[in-house]
Ligand binder design. Structure first.
Ligand code: SF4
Length: 487
């Protein structure tokens, strides 16, 4: 039994959130502060279609959380990459470094073709463009770029404006965008949640409705989710896209386990995943004990070290929390024998995405909006759901596992040291992955009956995020971010 709740916001018109909206290949270190701004800048350039040659200058303002931690999260470089026409799915670290180096010399190719001179900085602002460890509390201007951490837009704490002018200084285009978490972007003036309204066979706005639909139609959550995805792009394309996402997740783990050295940004955080993997291989060879949970941690750390280094990661559902779902999915296939691993990965992702879509619709997956409960909490909840599916659990046990993982993430704050996605983020993903596995295992020992429903916990997460001080929502103005003293 679970206690149904009335949701505070009208949901009937909500668009379908696909697994491929939640899981997207991009670059680190942040979906909201890197991938979202890159997409916003690309959208701005696309809207200039036909007027590109008239543009003589471009200005950008980063408001609120983007202004506070944008430097540590690589936001200026992401904006430059987007203005240069680069795509989040294919852009490389080298590409971003190249456009940043050009911008340091006052050069930009708008849309990749139209050359512009960027307004020079009136005074040098150290680390303005590169991802260096610094969080801003006061307004800073650096030529074409202004950081306005104290200016908050009512719609979302992650806002940026872009202005294009002609040679006389007249405004050609002036847009404000919101990076609402997970790489999703909304333009000011558009309706919230600009996802395409797509007809899918099974519509649900709460987990309660999801479970009822599954019961009525005799479907597992994975089957229902697959039917909805297939309505969007067909069964074969859905399958191929999910397999590509799973491959990208595994590639990211492998890259993180292989790479060594120190992470960029100035905190001198050493990479740990590779060293852990070496030790675990030796322990596995000795076969004296089961190391699967330590491998789980190494996988999560590997992904988040790649993310912190600006590498290629899958947003799941954000970059800061990108390690949990790949780690739990790989762990699941380490410990469970499945007849078709590719099919199992697809189903894991489908189930995880259903729960993530509910969290995004009814609360938030944005650290700037809900704190880390919205990022690591959401990822742990999604991963727990996917793991229970592969363990052969029922729909009710899946809902229970997702609920447990989220319930015990409530109140988790976002306080990245120096505005970088490193401390506490990397280790927190390892702990989040462990929480997901524990929640799944615990749910498997019940029959899915429980008192506090997933919907109740998601509603509680939203309210807790609303009540949380701004200091703990991706501003680096509280918590570890102010108490950590660099030696
Ligand atoms: S503390 Fe959590 S929410 Fe904040 S940047 Fe790190 S992973 Fe993201």
């Amino acid at each position: 039994m679970s206690i149904p709740i009335a949701l505070a916001t009208p949901l009937a018109e909500r668009a379908f959130i696909s697994a491929l909206d939640l899981f997207r290949v991009g670059i680190g270190p942040s979906s909201s502060h890197t991938v979202g701004p890159l997409r916003a800048a690309r959208a701005f350039v696309a809207a200039l279609d036909g007027r590109l040659d008239d543009v003589a200058s471009v200005e950008c303002v980063l408001f609120g959380s983007l202004g506070s931690t944008g430097v540590g999260h690589g936001t200026p470089g992401a904006v430059l990459a987007g203005l240069s026409g680069l795509e989040p799915e294919t852009v490389t670290r080298d590409d971003v470094e190249r456009v940043v180096a050009d911008a340091d010399r006052g050069m930009l190719r708008l849309g990749g073709t139209h050359p512009l001179t960027l307004a020079a900085s009136p005074a040098p602002v150290p680390g303005t463009l590169r991802a260096t460890g610094s969080a801003r509390t006061t307004e800073v201007e650096s030529g074409w770029l202004r950081f306005a951490p104290r200016e908050l837009k009512p719609r979302h704490p992650n806002a940026l404006s872009l202005t294009a002018r002609d040679a006389t200084g007249a405004v050609i285009a002036d847009e404000t965008y919101y990076s609402v978490g997970g790489g999703f972007v909304e333009r000011d003036g558009d309706e919230r949640d600009t996802l395409e309204a797509i007809n899918v066979p099974y519509r649900f706005d709460t987990a309660d409705e999801l479970l009822r639909l599954c019961r009525e139609h005799g479907l597992s959550i994975a089957e229902l989710a697959r039917a909805n995805e297939a309505a969007v792009r067909g069964e074969t394309a859905t399958s191929a896209a999910l397999r590509a996402i799973a491959r990208a997740m595994n590639d990211c783990i492998d890259a993180g386990l292989a790479n060594r050295g120190t992470l960029p940004g100035g905190l001198r955080v050493p990479r740990r995943a590779g060293g852990m993997a070496e030790q675990l291989r030796a322990l596995d060879a000795a076969a004296t004990r089961d190391c699967s949970l330590e491998w789980l941690q190494a996988y999560a750390i590997a992904v988040n070290e790649e993310n912190a280094a600006g590498g290629r990661v899958v947003t799941a559902p954000t970059n800061g929390a990108a390690g949990i779902i790949p780690a739990v999915m790989r762990h699941a296939l380490d410990v469970i024998a499945v007849p078709d691993p590719d099919r199992a990965r697809e189903e894991f992702l489908l189930v995880a995405a259903v729960m993530g879509g509910l969290i995004k619709s009814n609360a938030s997956i944005s650290g700037a909006e809900a704190g880390c409960q919205g990022e690591v909490g959401s990822a742990a909840s999604m991963a727990a759901a996917g793991f229970v599916h592969l363990l052969g659990g029922s729909n009710e046990q899946i809902e229970n596992a997702a609920e447990i993982a989220m319930e015990h993430s409530l109140g988790l704050t976002c306080d990245p040291v120096a505005g970088l996605v490193q401390l506490p983020c990397i280790e927190r993903n390892a702990i989040g992955a462990g929480k997901a596995v524990a929640a799944a295992r615990m749910a498997m020992h019940g029959d899915g009956t429980h008192l506090i429903s997933f919907d109740t916990v998601v509603q509680t997460m939203r309210q807790t995020g609303d009540d949380m001080s701004r200091k703990y929502k991706e501003t680096s103005e509280g918590g570890l971010a102010v108490n950590y003293v660099e030696c």
